[in-house]
Design a protein around this ligand. Structure first.
Ligand code: NAP
Length: 417
């Protein structure tokens, strides 16, 4: 058994194993969780209560989650003197599947993102963010048209953290190098960042997106990029994306060009359409032609932007779940941040982390428990028993606290026939 320094190995339950590439999930399973900063405590507590109720209702004691707290962010700083202890990474690697609340990152100064560091250290290269309508009030006319899963590359792009601040010795060296080697003179008062986009990381992301489309019988995968301007990074992502599609999935896909040239614009039965869109254009397309998009596979920064924009159409960040998945390890988390201004007010919407847990339940094969939670959320929204964010959109005065909303979901789960 693995030894931890400050964590007590769970006394009950068993860990998930991987055998021949398949997850072996025990009925009494250990799941590590990170509470998160800011509103993390409120939403993670709500999530665990709702998940426990759904698992109990569905499996009547035959299956159970043994939650196991591990630490990052403020809580880790207090316990380990660092915000991202190695032991936390080790625990996620060991237990294979985990869930986390949001972690704070200061803007423009201070320490680098712990979220990004975790994704990079654990090589969780797919960030999967489904945007599906659960009946929440929405600023658009047909929010039910939104059913898009975003596959965001999670390890490189400008998130690689390679940048130098204006006025430092490092930025000066970089400027001199660029001028000497490439004859390009940059303004003395600039900061410089580097955007690496690799063939390997682009291809594995697009590969996972197409595999997901095949597994879930989805109609299309759209490569989102800014390749008209950033030709050798974003443009290359597009090129490598098509290469993966054609070289590895020839029998499953057709490209948009083939659709027009060979099929007269009529989609052949059972094939997945691979198309691409320039980033700026797709922001209006997801609003005006929402139904035409099913999976969007994209680079890291584009993925961050487009997932929040899609979430806005289905009620906002309060209901936007996500997962970070690598070859073996999966770490589920909401799309939103720690919303520090609402910390410890028992106020924010826990649906995003609860739906992240639904993704986790489905990932480990406990689909029925996940589905029962989704129904509970739909019912609560339909009855306008919601937290402040949806109450604001519904234009009603009555809003539930985070914990009251969790109570409502648990009530719905228990009442299920
Ligand atoms: P944020 O925490 O996502 O909050 C932005 C706004 O989104 C909130 O003010 C609130 O809008 C709405 N919102 C967020 N969570 C919500 C919830 N659970 N229920 C209802 N509404 C919710 O973004 P931020 O303020 O830009 O970032 C705060 C910190 O989180 C930063 O340090 C950032 O780096 C970090 N962050 C972490 C992650 C992560 O852990 N993966 C992701 C993103 C950001 P209203 O005020 O309009 O109600």
């Amino acid at each position: 058994m693995i030894k931890f320094d400050k964590l007590d190995y769970p006394k009950n339950g068993n860990k998930i194993e991987i055998k021949d590439g398949q997850l072996i999930v025990p009925n009494h399973v250990n799941i590590p969780f990170i509470e998160g900063d800011g509103t993390g405590k409120d939403i993670t507590t709500a999530m665990r209560r709702v998940v426990d109720a759904a698992v109990e209702k569905t499996y009547k004691g035959k299956r159970k989650i043994e939650w196991f707290e591990i630490f990052a962010g403020e809580k880790a700083l207090a316990l380990y003197d660092t915000r991202l202890p190695e032991e936390t990474i080790k625990a996620i690697e060991h237990f294979i599947v985990g869930i986390k609340g949001p972690l704070t990152t200061p803007v423009g100064e201070g320490y680098r993102s712990l979220n990004v560091a975790m994704r990079q250290k654990l090589d969780l290269y797919n960030c999967i963010r489904p945007c599906k309508y659960y009946g929440a009030p929405s600023p658009v006319k047909n929010p039910e048209d939104m059913n898009i899963v975003i596959f965001r590359e999670n390890t490189e792009d400008v998130y690689a953290g390679i940048e130098w601040e204006k006025g430092t010795e490092n930025v000066k060296k970089m400027r001199q190098f660029i001028e000497k080697e490439y004859g390009i003179k940059l303004p003395e008062d600039s900061g410089i960042g580097i955007k690496p986009i690799s063939e390997k990381c682009s291809k594995r992301l697009v590969r996972a997106a197409i595999q997901y489309a095949i597994k879930n019988s989805l109609p299309s995968v759209t490569l989102m990029h800014k390749g008209n301007i950033q030709k050798f990074t974003e443009g290359a992502f597009r090129k490598w994306g098509y290469e993966v599609a054609i070289e590895e999935f020839r029998d499953f896909i057709i490209t948009e060009q083939e659709l027009l040239e060979k099929y007269d614009g009529k989609m052949p039965e059972g094939k997945i359409l691979i198309k691409d869109r320039i980033a700026d254009s797709i922001f209006q397309q997801v609003l005006t032609r929402t139904k035409e998009y099913s999976i969007i596979a994209t680079t890291n920064l584009n993925g961050d932007y487009i997932s929040d924009a899609c979430a806005a159409q289905i009620g906002g960040l309060g209901i936007a779940p996500g997962a970070n998945i690598g070859d073996n390890i999966a770490l589920f988390e909401p799309s939103h941040g720690s919303a520090p201004k609402y910390a410890n007010q028992d106020k924010v919407n826990p649906s995003a982390i609860i739906l992240s847990a639904v993704m986790m339940l489905k990932y480990i094969g406990w689909n029925e428990a996940g589905t029962i939670i989704e129904r509970a959320i739909r019912k609560a929204i339909k009855e306008k028993k919601v937290t402040y964010d949806f109450a604001r959109l519904f234009n009603i005065n009555k809003e539930l606290k985070t914990s009251e909303y969790a109570n409502e979901l648990i009530k719905n789960i228990i009442k299920e026939s």
